[in-house]
Ligand binder design. Sequence first.
Ligand code: PBG
Length: 329
Amino acid sequence: MVENGFFRGRRLRSSPALRSLVRESRLLPAQLVLPLFVDETTDRPRPVPSMPGVERLPVDALVERAGEARAAGLGGVILFGIPRDKDERGSGAWAEDGIVQEALRRVRGELPDLLLISDVCLCEYTSHGHCGVLEGGTVRNDETLELLARVAVSHARAGADVVAPSDMMDGRVRVIRRALDAEGHMDVPILSYAAKYASAFYGPFRDAADSAPLEGDRRGYQMDPANGDEALREVRADLAEGADFILVKPGVPALDIVHRVRSEFGVPVGAYQVSGEYASIAAAAREGWLDEGAAMTEALNAIRRAGADFIISYWALEFARRWRAEWVR
Ligand code: PBG
């Protein structure tokens, strides 16, 4: 390899064909999951200002968008709900006629083979915006578990293929697994957001889902971004409780964690390229400061290279469109 005193790495970069042949990681539409927001308060799609190109959808439009995801060959969709009414405990999250349950039933009926993941949390449904039961200014862990289990069971009953708890309460995976099994949903896997940081990059999502905490923040339950070993402890605990696979969140700001989790545990790992990662590239692109297609492709490839088996991304459909255009050429 080394000759004349130095290494000629450029040889393998000298043509598109060679670069393609030796490319180490590739990303397929089937490895991408599209987040969708279903909104009970509107009868037409409503743009999310901080996420250009992303909309909150009424059920009909959501079914249509899910159909596009299916046609593009995406790995699946993950659903988030915006309910008409919120209350202290977030009871809309497990309502049989709740907005996500309704959307799950409709998509399930019309697109039987599209993978449907549901986000299990309370923050979009509580009047205070926290991910659990709030008492005296703190989110009560153990009091929240039973409610999360109800949410998960209601999603499975409505047709979710996978439930993904994103609340960061301790012990929720065990309680959710028991509840699913007791209701006959032993085949529904749990995708645990095990390593979820208290990240500033969730800001635009909270606009989209109307789920920002009215008071305080989520640092009492989501992880400190300065910690890495802690993420591995979280993952170990969730796997022991019965999580089938793991989600790391955010994406690019947590690439080391994607890599460590993948190599340490050998279970499938997904990464969530979150709203702020999307918004910052999309906003810069709108100013003409970044090439959106190139920047999003680079970020997605970086997450894949770090070891993610799949990626949840607001660009999933756009990526699939570009991928197909290149493939055909
Ligand atoms: C619900 C949830 C959040 C996200 C996914 N599930 C918000 C939060 O934890 O505050 C963020 C996703 C994104 O920013 O794109 N708990």
